[in-house]
Design a protein around this ligand. Structure first.
Ligand code: SF4
Length: 360
């Protein structure tokens, strides 16, 4: 198996190698034990939606072989198609593209550090341009300070990119081509990857595969779908936060670097509790540039543009993350309200109602 395909599973040749290996998805999802490709596919989608990357979780300490890595891509496409979560397909495609972008820009800079293994895995700019049918539509400028891209392809790749600078009116147009810098060409390639990954999603999933992935979809759904709270939560009241969130806020304020799932849980909760990005940052005592950017970015991504948003994880998931103080075996927190809820937002809703009654 070509290790390059494991790093860039959206390549046409990677798809072909899956076909040639004659590995059907139905066979992968069947069986009593979870196939490594399915395990990694679940991680791929979870990481994409929570962390904006599809790289393996560095904290999980698990290494995936190239075969599982490659096969996890079609599994992830199916999983994201089966998920009923707002914006999941778009977020997934962006995460695949962002990860590919990190890898190919790194490959362009370090095509060969003298190791054959590195050379085997790396992709060149020419190969990537050819992959997206851009080889004859992109050429280096005569003075070597950038590239010229055929205007039709430029428009197709830049139309969804943010920023005035991508508008054609802001560009030098000559002989049906648009001048771009090397960095901008890489951005266009990222967009080409995103478009390819998003194409055909959500896909139609045959029943036998859908049935084989019921547990995996439920696991992801539990993490991402909105909890059914009976009233709009439009008050930010830290005194009513459940013990899990109060603890996360305190740790963030103390400058602790939270794990990705813990940070997601905190940001998703605060966003659901009506905190805007500034309130969220203030509440967590975030003041350094780096951390502000990281958490602010996460907050923007967790909140969906349409107003829909990912709910924070359920109590069960919080306990599995080791982030539920009530389920802490060594030193459990006692909170009667926790006995009656299955989700931190339900706790918050009940606590707000109690506070409202007490103030009447
Ligand atoms: S039981 Fe639920 S709401 Fe209560 S602390 Fe644990 S995770 Fe939070």
């Amino acid at each position: 198996m070509d290790p390059r395909h494991a790093r860039y599973p959206f390549l046409a040749a990677a798809r072909e190698s899956v076909r040639e290996a004659d590995i059907g998805l139905a066979g992968i999802v069947a069986g009593d034990e979870r196939h490594p490709a399915v395990e990694r596919g679940v991680e791929r989608v979870r990481r994409a939606l929570i962390d904006g990357t599809v790289r393996p979780d560095p904290d999980a300490g698990r290494r995936w072989n190239p075969r599982a890595e490659l096969l996890s891509y079609p599994v992830a496409r199916v999983l994201v198609s089966l998920l009923d979560a707002p914006g999941a397909v778009e977020k997934y495609a962006s995460a695949e593209a962002d990860t590919a972008y990190e890898r190919f820009t790194d490959d362009f800079e370090n095509p060969d550090d003298g190791l054959k293994s590195t050379e085997d895995k790396a992709i060149s700019l020419d190969a990537l341009l050819a992959e997206f049918d851009l080889a004859s539509r992109v050429s280096e400028t005569d003075d070597g300070d950038g590239y010229r891209v055929a205007v039709g392809r430029y428009l197709a790749l830049s139309s969804d990119l943010d920023g005035e600078s991508w508008r054609l009116a802001a560009r030098q147009l000559a002989d049906g081509t648009v001048k771009v810098s090397a960095a901008e060409l890489h951005e266009l390639l990222r967009e080409a990857v995103r478009q390819r990954v998003a194409a055909g999603l959500p896909t139609t999933v045959p029943d036998e595969i859908r049935e084989g992935l019921v547990d995996e979809v439920a696991e992801l759904q539990d993490t991402f779908t909105e909890v059914d709270v009976s009233r709009d939560i439009d008050v930010l009241a830290p005194d009513c936060f459940p013990p899990c969130v109060a603890s996360l806020v305190e740790r963030a304020r103390d400058g602790e670097s939270l794990s990705d799932p813990a940070e997601f849980a905190l940001v998703a909760f605060l966003t659901s509790a009506n905190a805007d990005t500034d309130e969220l940052l203030a509440l967590c005592g975030v003041d350094t540039n780096t951390r502000e950017k990281a958490v602010g970015y996460r907050a923007d991504r967790v909140g969906d543009e349409s107003g829909a948003q990912y709910a924070p994880p359920s109590c069960e998931t919080m306990a599995a993350y080791g982030e539920c103080p009530v389920a802490d075996d060594a030193d459990p927190t006692d909170d009667p309200r926790c006995d009656a809820v299955a989700h931190p937002l339900e706790y918050y809703e009940a606590a707000l109602a109690d506070a409202e009654r007490a103030g009447e």
